[in-house]
Ligand binder design. Structure first.
Ligand SMILES: N[C@@H](CCC(=O)N[C@@H](CS)C(=O)NCC(=O)O)C(=O)O
Length: 208
């Protein structure tokens, strides 16, 4: 039995944020596959026993059950002493970017990818709207990364891991990533970290 159990699936960028943190900090962890695409997170028993909010990721550790990737990252930074804030200003700065990530950077992109690439809805008014919102969030992060190698404090923090949730997903959402050269350079820096793995190599994938 591993110290940490992560309820996850490979297509989930929100789960990837946590899986990558566990991997980069060399924790003893195991993934437990959640069959999201066949409705497992909608099942009332799953919600009662794992997460009333009906979302992945869920991290089990030392008798606790934690949800919300940003909060889990904060918990792991505190426990491992790695990739957390160095002082109070950094703590606020990290949370500022993790909230922006949850509200905009991850969320518009993830919804666009879900509809277009996983549900295969084809191009609709909704996907067009989500793409423009995702690109606007990408522009904000790209401009920030023009002046710093990592999001906060010029070193890797959990703010980077939060924003990295979906940036390595291979599906084509119609966003031209080469337009965001600072994000692309940041992705290279993340890829070069010892222990970095692609989401599809870190967690169990859904069988097609
Ligand atoms: N803010 C949450 C978002 C989690 C989330 O949306 N997870 C997706 C999978 S990637 C999910 O389980 N969605 C279920 C639903 O929206 O019904 C986090 O960062 O953990």
């Amino acid at each position: 039995m591993s110290e940490y159990t992560l309820h996850c699936f490979a297509e989930s960028g929100n789960a990837y944020k946590v899986a990558l943190m566990l991997e980069l900090t060399s924790q003893d962890w195991q993934p437990v596959f959640v069959d999201f695409f066949h409705g497992q997170t909608r099942d009332s028993q799953w919600r009662e026993t794992l997460n009333e909010q009906g979302e992945v990721p869920v991290l089990e550790h030392a008798g606790q059950r934690l949800t919300q990737s940003a909060l889990i990252l904060d918990y792991l930074a505190e426990r491992t002493g790695q990739y957390g804030p160095g002082d109070e200003d950094e703590r606020r700065e990290i949370w500022r970017w993790m909230l922006f990530d949850n509200h905009k950077f991850t969320s518009y992109y993830a919804m666009l990818r879900f509809l277009l690439c996983l549900k295969q809805t084809g191009e609709t008014e909704v996907t067009g709207f989500l793409r423009e919102r995702a690109k606007a969030a990408y522009r904000v992060v790209d401009a920030h990364l023009a002046n710093t190698p990592f999001m906060v404090g010029r070193r890797l923090t959990i703010a980077d891991l939060s924003l990295a949730g979906y940036v390595f997903m291979p599906e084509d959402t119609g966003i031209v990533l080469s337009e965001f050269s600072h994000i692309e350079a940041w992705k290279q820096r993340l890829r070069a970290l010892p222990g970095w793995k692609h989401p599809y190599d870190l967690m169990p994938r859904t069988a097609s």
